[in-house]
Write a protein that binds this ligand. Structure first.
Ligand code: XMP
Length: 520
């Protein structure tokens, strides 16, 4: 049995809401496993005893356009509690004989709802004032409730803001309890899963660790597994999980492309080979990468060259380990959902991350993807549970092509050396000033221009160093971090005074969009 089959769970049927993943995360934060499945893929046959409750997500659809969505009505006969959110609430009403119409007043943003009646769903949700602020986002609404449904709360524009049919255990909310703008929204979700579905907590990093190690042992048996280790969070957690599960049958390959951060190779070898005693093949391929990148300035060409060469080197070393059957990969749950293969591992796409793209096809390896049901924050917690250091677990993201895309234009050994130093001083200063963890990602880049400076009595003509530090939730949007002037002054001085080759430092104050996080 694998993690997705053996655990009791709340199933979220996704109708395309931008918040579906948030629903899953809220449930998991409450200590219960939850899984997302697209409305297009689910039918009553899929639902087994492990599913203790169903959430119908919101979505951009209209319940009266039946050909636009699918829902197997047999699911309603399974005697499993259902919570419909926004569109999910409308579909639940519609399928039970209610009606849904375009709202006279569309509601987007905060609205007050008023309590009308007690319900398990709102246990300890309303304060004495019987009013709560919730976040709405809908143009349609339920206009007539089905038989046996009662109103629990209303807003000025949505009479049926919270409804229930307590005979069948159906609940509907027109607003979004999963978003943080809804005051105490998590209480609604908690009441649904614990008081109504009566599911028990089963989702802590400790539970995950035990179950995943068991799963890996069952899948892999006595076979050998290889893993591309980059030193980043995901591959580090995968390596350590496999290490705990199969020990010396795991072989990690670390490729130093020469485009990594200062001391990266030493740190990876120290941690994984010396401290965790993992079989680690550390390949120094700096010269090979630099040779291939000579005179290349186009960013996409750089990416392709690095990706291809990485695979070539990985394959070269993987072949030296005889009888390998599996390739371990750090695919995460959002990758799986995005590749639309939520229901099974067979179809799961190989992450487009250059490190491993294309490997299994050529090498005929089966995939082991132990993190494929976890979100990033869960991976971090699991890493701590596996005794990985906080330093590894909370590292900033680092792009696969590494420093190559932080040196716009042609890459030379000299530029790489200068940039590694600048980045090192910047990141060290962030850590020393307790800023590192307030920032989502930070780096130094070396711009392909030289400017004039004056040092002592001499004129200099050296490179321009750009510093970038951003705050973000997920890398999709970003704001620049607002440093104090004294920090900027100190780091600028440190870089210019310590590194030959840089005589000017600039700070990137653009946000994403319209800019991107990386320069290339
Ligand atoms: P952008 O520059 O697109 O970056 O705003 C968003 C996030 O993705 C990382 N990034 C990459 N990661 N290979 C990677 O593995 C790449 O080619 C690549 N390009 C950008 C970037 O560091 C940021 O975290």
């Amino acid at each position: 049995m694998s993690l997705d089959q053996s655990l009791d769970k709340i199933l979220i049927i996704d109708f395309g809401s931008q918040f579906t993943q948030l629903i899953a995360r809220r449930i998991r934060e409450l200590g219960v496993f939850s899984e997302i499945v697209s409305h297009k893929k689910i039918n009553a046959k899929y639902i087994n005893n492990s599913i203790k409750g169903i959430v119908l997500s919101g979505g951009p659809l209209n319940v009266n356009q039946k050909n636009k969505f699918s829902f197997d009505k047999k699911i309603l006969k399974l005697n499993i509690p259902i919570l419909g959110i926004c569109f999910g609430h409308q579909i639940l009403s519609k399928l039970n004989g209610g009606t849904v119409k375009q709202s006279k007043h569309r509601e987007f943003g905060l609205a007050n709802i008023h309590k009308k009646k007690d319900s398990l769903l709102i246990n300890k949700f309303f304060s004495n004032k019987k009013i709560k602020k919730v976040w709405m986002s809908h143009a349609d609404q339920v206009s007539k409730l089905p038989r046996n449904f009662k109103v629990i709360a209303s807003s000025a524009n949505s009479k049926f803001a919270i409804v229930e049919n307590n005979i069948k255990n159906y609940y509907g909310v027109q607003f979004h309890p999963e978003v943080t703008h809804t005051e105490d929204g998590k209480k609604i979700i908690s009441n649904f899963i614990f008081l109504i579905c009566k599911i028990k907590k089963n989702w802590s990093s400790k539970d995950q660790k035990k179950q995943l190690i068991k799963d890996i042992k069952n899948t892999v048996g006595n076979n050998k597994v290889i893993c591309a280790l980059s030193g980043g969070v995901d591959s580090s957690v995968v390596a350590q999980l496999l290490n705990k599960a199969i020990g010396k049958k795991l072989y990690c390959i670390f490729v130093n492309t020469g485009l990594l951060r200062k001391n990266e190779e030493i740190q990876v070898v120290q941690t994984f080979k010396k401290r965790l005693r993992i079989n680690l093949i550390s390949v120094n391929a700096e010269k090979e990468f630099l040779k291939k990148l000579k005179n290349v300035s186009d960013p996409e060409k750089k990416r392709k060259i690095i990706g291809k060469l990485f695979i070539k080197i990985f394959e070269r070393y993987a072949k030296k380990i005889k009888n390998v059957k599996f390739l371990a990969q750090g695919t995460l749950y959002p990758d799986l959902i995005e590749s639309k293969s939520v229901t099974g591992s067979q179809t799961s796409k190989i992450k487009s991350h250059h490190n491993v793209g294309g490997l299994p096809k050529k090498m005929n390896l089966k995939l082991v993807e132990p993190l494929k049901f976890l979100f990033k924050d869960e991976v971090r917690k699991l890493g701590l549970e596996l005794n990985l250091s906080k330093e590894i677990i909370s590292r900033h993201p680092f792009p696969g092509p590494g420093l190559a895309i932080r040196i716009p234009g042609i890459i030379t050994n000299e530029k790489i050396k200068i940039l590694k130093e600048a980045d090192y001083y910047f990141i060290r200063a962030l850590k020393e000033n307790n800023l590192y963890h307030k920032i989502w990602q930070a780096y130094a880049a070396l711009l392909p221009v030289k400017t004039v400076g004056v040092m002592g009595d001499n004129r200099t003509y050296e490179y321009l160093c750009l510093l970038r530090a951003i705050t973000s939730e997920d890398g999709m949007t970003a704001d620049y971090y607002d440093f104090k002037k004294s920090f900027m002054q100190t780091i600028s001085n440190k870089i210019v005074n310590s590194i030959r080759g840089i005589n000017r430092v600039v700070y990137d104050v653009s946000s994403k969009p319209p800019s991107t996080i990386e320069l290339e």
